[in-house]
Ligand binder design. Structure first.
Ligand code: BTN
Length: 256
């Protein structure tokens, strides 16, 4: 059970909305943007019936997962509009640092732009969305596999996904994970406004794709190359047949 009482004590949050069931916490947050005046507001749900992932994918998670969206005003933390694209990897970095605390001996990595991998398998997905009517607000949607173990799932899923509980020695409380994330993300928002390169450096150190051959789907085309890591502006750097190329956005459709 999530402890709303404990969440309400988070120094980062102005408001907590915790739902038993909703379609998608991101959709709820966007549709309620007019009433969500105080930021950051947390919108969480025990169960999502129509969870959404990036690129129109579905996000399906069983009971025990942690699914929430944060409505933030990046400007309140001193973040400039030009830094908004870096907020994806910043949220991913906050999840990495959170999971490192709960599984200290395991490998936690950031799969650019905003997935988190635990020992080589996806443990978290992040969907950041702007709200056209409220251009100063951003919805940061996070789904972390915490207690929804993959060990009894189908083989195909076990190969690609994992959950924190599958790597931990003791029981894990989702409230603890969420409070840790909120604290780290709060610190990182401040750090991003003051020392962007520190955030980029921490992301670079955890880059899952570095040294891997991959294919990236850009707006117009597909590009294949060897990943050389995350550049100073947060872009993914690929060595392609036509030389080095940087991508500020895109979808990784294949990696070795
Ligand atoms: C992805 O891996 O493509 C991103 C998945 C994001 C899932 C989270 S769960 C909470 C929030 N609400 C949603 O509908 N999606 C995000």
């Amino acid at each position: 059970m999530i402890s709303i009482e404990r969440l309400e004590k988070s120094p980062f949050l102005k408001r907590v909305i915790w739902l038993e069931e909703t379609g998608s916490t991101n959709t709820f947050a966007r549709e309620s943007a007019a009433e969500i005046v105080e930021t950051p507001t947390l919108v969480g749900a025990e169960s999502q019936l129509a969870g959404r992932g990036r690129n129109q994918h579905q996000w399906v998670s069983r009971s025990g997962a942690l699914t929430f969206s944060l409505v933030i005003r990046p400007g309140e933390s001193g973040i400039r509009l030009s830094q908004w694209p870096i907020l994806s990897i910043t949220a991913g970095l906050a999840v990495c640092k959170t999971l490192e605390k709960f599984a200290p001996t395991k490998q936690v990595q950031l799969k650019w732009p905003n997935d988190v991998y635990l020992n080589g398998r996806k443990v978290c997905g992040i969907l950041n969305e702007s709200i056209p009517e409220y251009p100063d607000k951003l919805v940061v949607g996070v789904g972390i596999n915490v207690n929804n173990s993959m060990l009894d799932g189908p083989e195909e899923l076990r190969q690609s996904a994992t959950a924190l509980i599958d790597h931990a020695d003791a029981a894990i409380h989702r409230t603890d994970v969420l409070l840790e994330f909120l604290e780290v993300f709060h610190e990182e928002l401040t750090a991003l406004s003051e020392n962007e390169q520190l955030i980029i450096q921490h992301c670079r150190e955890r880059c899952f794709l570095t040294g891997k051959m991959l294919t990236l789907q850009d707006v117009q085309s597909q590009v294949t190359g060897m990943c050389q890591g995350i550049d100073d502006d947060g872009a993914l750097r690929l060595m392609t047949g036509s030389g080095p190329m940087n991508f500020i956005s895109g979808q990784i459709i294949h990696f070795d």
